[in-house]
Design a protein around this ligand. Structure first.
Ligand SMILES: O=C(O)CCC(=O)C(=O)O
Ligand SMILES: [Fe+2]
Length: 270
């Protein structure tokens, strides 16, 4: 899995051959969501040695070192392949989960897709944006996530809840936006790429509904209050395809989760 797809590599070479300045090529790539480090490697000596960019390897190394990584009795690292994936049982109490389920039921609408797909059964769940102003419980949960991660809340999207009823699922997808795609143009840009995902299961009164990281060979069964936390980016800032995951179909009951996605820039809603 290459961090810059071959067609984009060809595009870079063509531009260099036509005499386009390396820093101009670089800025186009950055605007399209490619990370600085792999672009810098690709451009090699064409780019001035002292070219500086805030979102460099050091930036993503720090972004990868969230607080929970350092907690001795905290969540456990679950995965291989250089992916940071943590599981944290009892992150929320069952009372807190029940409160969030009630808020979700009061607000749900059909879920949207970040990337267009021909498959209208790709994501069949319902979603609800749980805003700060909705209820003090949302503030409490946002605060707990901020305390647990040390991530600046300004870089987080509002919490979003998902409800899956019988037969509903979210097929294998990544939470990051594909660099170089229309999806990145629409959702990334000034608001940045998705970095960390902080997800909490709100119930386990269901069959099916497991979350499978299909390229990591890791599957999690819903457990009330348990958090799954993963970094969608690698240490050099490029997207991590190993984070591909599938929320399997519900075969009995219903499943509820909340998700907070973080960006790699301060997030401002449109
Ligand atoms: O419901 C799950 O298990 C995963 C949800 C998810 O992947 C998402 O909302 O992006
Ligand atoms: Fe997801």
């Amino acid at each position: 899995m290459q961090s810059i797809p071959q067609p984009w590599k060809n595009w870079v070479v063509q531009n260099l051959m036509q005499g386009v300045a390396a820093d101009k090529i670089l800025h186009t790539m950055l605007d399209k969501g490619f990370a600085f480090e792999p672009c810098k490697r690709l451009l090699g000596s064409n780019l001035a040695k002292d070219f500086k960019w805030q979102w460099d390897a050091e930036f993503y190394r720090k972004l990868g070192q969230i607080k929970l990584v350092q907690l001795k009795n905290g969540p456990q690292l679950q995965s291989v392949q250089g992916t940071q994936l943590y599981c944290w049982p009892n992150f929320l109490s069952s009372e807190e989960c029940a409160g969030l389920i009630a808020l979700t039921d009061a607000k749900v609408r059909p879920s949207e897709l970040a990337s267009p797909t021909e498959d209208k059964y790709f994501r069949t769940s319902s979603s609800a944006d749980l805003e700060h102003s909705d209820h003090p419980l949302i503030d409490l949960v946002n605060q707990r996530i901020a305390d647990a991660t040390g991530l600046n809340p300004a870089w987080g999207e509002p919490i979003q809840a998902q409800r899956y009823q019988l037969g509903q699922e979210f097929k294998a997808h990544t939470d990051y936006f594909e660099p170089g795609s229309k999806e990145y143009d629409r959702h990334g840009g000034a608001r940045g790429q998705r970095s960390w995902t902080f997800m909490v299961y709100l119930n386990h009164e269901c069959e099916g509904g497991q979350t499978e990281f299909v390229r990591l060979n890791r599957t999690f069964l819903p457990e009330t209050g348990m958090a799954l936390i993963w970094n969608n980016l690698l240490a050099d800032g490029s997207v991590n395809p190993y984070t591909l995951h599938h929320a399997h179909k519900i075969t009995a009951g219903a499943k509820y989760v909340i998700t907070k996605w973080y960006r790699d820039r301060p997030y401002q809603s449109k």
